[in-house]
Design a protein around this ligand. Structure first.
Ligand code: ARG
Length: 581
């Protein structure tokens, strides 16, 4: 149990012994102290209760504080302000906790009481379209949530729902047949597909504009694309073969990106996987009365937040779209995979789609907790949407490559004496780690600016700073020159810097589960930054190797626990550590 949980128990026991009638639904809450000068944790229980009992909160707080059994846990609680009760953890409780952390690979994090089976839908780029920096947020946040959910004991299924069946294929097929450049396809397949798609898309737009302006009466390119798409969906062998090649080269290209990112998926069930299920699914929804015809299309009319527009499951031309495949997808996840939860890590602009989807799934009778984990955009340094100089969105692979290059330049400068291979490994950990950390240290709903200087800085709330802090913990042990460090307790915590570090270490187990409450990896980032700072203050104030006996053992144990917590915490964000930097 974490310190707040232990304190909660003690406060609840004291309330029991005082015999006050507790209001319905009342629970003691213990939180980190708002002001560290007053203590480590605080509870407002007396204030909440005094309101219900119509009595003086400060008096009740005094009475309650005196009744709490603090043996072995904290100093005598104090009352502050209008009736807060403050707790300062006892050195022996911190020392005991340190031993517990060192003996536990989970670093004190308890397994969830009710493990769930959670499908996490993230990344999900579209074939023949650029995987842009916008996708980076989904990929990095989704992977971090997957790692944390697994860490706390859930069963996690990661599924990359590739957009491999959209209307873009009509354009790609048309472009492919008209002017595919075989050599270009072999050299850089994704770029060639993108070129075809963009060229045809642009032509089709020009056509449509002209038609709107009354300058022409027909749209031959758009019509030809539609025809290609219909042929593909009807199973035409030539179009199927081209489509398959497009998907194959795109997946191969994506593999390079995921490999660089250290990210993998349990499944790649793209939109096309559900194609065969669509007609019967739509028929079912129609027969059940949930879907009905509207202006030639078949629609579900959502209730609640999604009610502003119909959810179209069969278009007027008989085709199926994103809504239909997403219904088939959620059905598969809940029925075949028996998931209890599905988390969709997708940008905020799709919020309305998910409101409609969740409403439709619920009324269709699919049991499951569905959640849209939305996020904002990434902005360029000037605060507008991030673009390359030619005005295109920046490719993710280019960003990752540039991150590694920049990190390598820094490593060359700082550590010229290391071998080339080690330098490359460090550059990879630092470069990729910096990109991931920049993402994960933001609140997911805010737009953030992409800044190389900021994310690669060795000072401040950055990946390199945390990775460097880890390296510093390791260098202490290297100085022992192979001698096995004596980390065994009992420990003696006496200095303020030791106390603060031990307390911060204990908080890992409080922070990790909190990330999943509202999908906020930035809580973990902030925590690790605080931990690194606590470690540096400790390291400045308290000599480790020059100390002796119990003090030395305690300090080595604090270094070791910091080391493991930084490595594990960064690992939960998918960020690597290296032994040297
Ligand atoms: N391919 C979509 C896009 O890039 C994201 C898919 C998200 N997942 C889903 N089940 N709709 O916008």
């Amino acid at each position: 149990m974490t310190f707040p949980q232990l304190l909660q128990e003690r406060v609840a026991a004291a309330l029991g012994s005082l015999g006050h009638a507790l209001p319905e639904g009342f629970a003691v809450a213990v939180d980190p102290a708002a002001d560290a000068r007053f203590g480590d944790y605080q509870t407002n229980a007396a204030m909440v209760l005094a309101k219900a009992l119509k009595t003086n909160p400060r008096a009740l707080a005094g009475e309650l504080a005196a009744a709490i059994d603090v043996t072995g846990l904290c100093a005598a609680p104090t009352v502050a302000g209008p009736g807060f009760i403050n707790f300062a953890m006892a050195p022996e409780a911190l020392a005991a906790r340190l031993g517990l952390l060192l003996g536990d690979p989970q670093l004190g994090t308890a397994a969830v009481a009710e493990p769930r089976t959670i499908v996490i839908d993230f990344s999900a780029p579209n074939v023949a379209k650029q995987m842009h920096v916008g996708h980076i947020r989904s990929t990095i946040i989704g992977d971090c949530l997957a790692r944390i959910a697994r860490f706390v004991g859930h069963t996690v299924i990661t599924d990359n729902h590739i957009g491999d069946w959209g209307t873009q294929f009509g354009m790609v097929l048309y472009g492919w047949k008209r002017d595919l450049r075989e050599e270009a396809l072999l050299a850089d397949p994704i770029r060639e597909l993108l070129r075809l798609y963009k060229a045809v898309n642009a032509e089709s737009k020009v056509e449509e504009e002209a038609m709107k302006a009354g300058e022409r009466a027909d749209t031959p390119v758009r019509d030809a694309c539609r025809a290609e798409l219909v042929k593909l969906q009807a199973g035409d062998p030539e179009n199927r073969a081209i489509w398959q090649r497009c998907v194959d080269v795109s997946l191969a290209g994506l593999a390079t990106v995921y490999d660089k990112l250290d990210i993998s998926f349990d499944h790649y069930l793209g939109e096309s996987f559900y194609n065969d299920r669509l007609p019967s699914l739509v028929a079912e929804l129609e027969a059940s009365g949930l879907a009905r015809e509207s202006e030639g299309a078949l629609c579900i009319f959502p209730e609640g937040d999604g009610a502003a527009a119909p959810f179209m499951i069969r278009k007027r031309d008989g085709g199926y779209g994103y809504a239909t495949t997403d219904l088939a997808t959620v059905e598969h996840r809940l029925r075949v995979w028996q998931a209890s939860d599905v988390w969709y890590v997708v940008g905020a602009p799709q919020a309305f789609h998910f409101q409609q989807l969740f409403d439709a799934a619920r009324r269709w009778g699919l049991p499951g907790r569905l959640q849209h984990v939305a996020f904002g955009s990434i902005l360029g340094a000037d605060g507008t949407m991030m673009k390359t100089r030619s005005g295109e969105s920046v490719g993710l692979l280019e960003v990752l490559e540039e991150a590694e290059e920049r990190a390598l330049a820094v490593v060359q400068e700082k550590n010229a004496e290391l071998g080339e291979e080690e330098k490359a490994e460090i550059a990879r950990a630092v470069g990729i780690g910096a990109v991931k950390y920049l993402e994960l240290s933001q609140h997911r709903l805010t737009d953030y600016k992409f800044s190389w200087e900021k994310m690669l800085a060795f000072q401040g709330n950055t990946a390199p700073y945390l990775q460097y802090s880890y390296v510093r913990t390791r260098s202490i042990f290297r100085k022992l020159e192979g001698a096995v460090p004596d980390l065994a307790g009992p420990y003696l915590i006496s200095e303020e810097a030791e106390r603060w570090l031990a307390l911060t270490l204990a908080r890992f187990a409080e922070v990790v589960p909190a990330v999943l409450e509202d999908f906020r990896p930035n809580l973990l980032a902030t925590y690790l930054f605080t931990l690194a700072q606590a470690f540096h203050s400790f390291f400045e104030a308290c000599p480790v190797l020059r100390a002796e006996g119990e003090v030395r053992r305690t300090r080595l144990a604090l270094c070791e626990a910091t080391s493991r917590t930084l490595k594990t915490g960064l690992g939960l964000m998918g960020i690597r550590t290296t032994e040297r930097m």
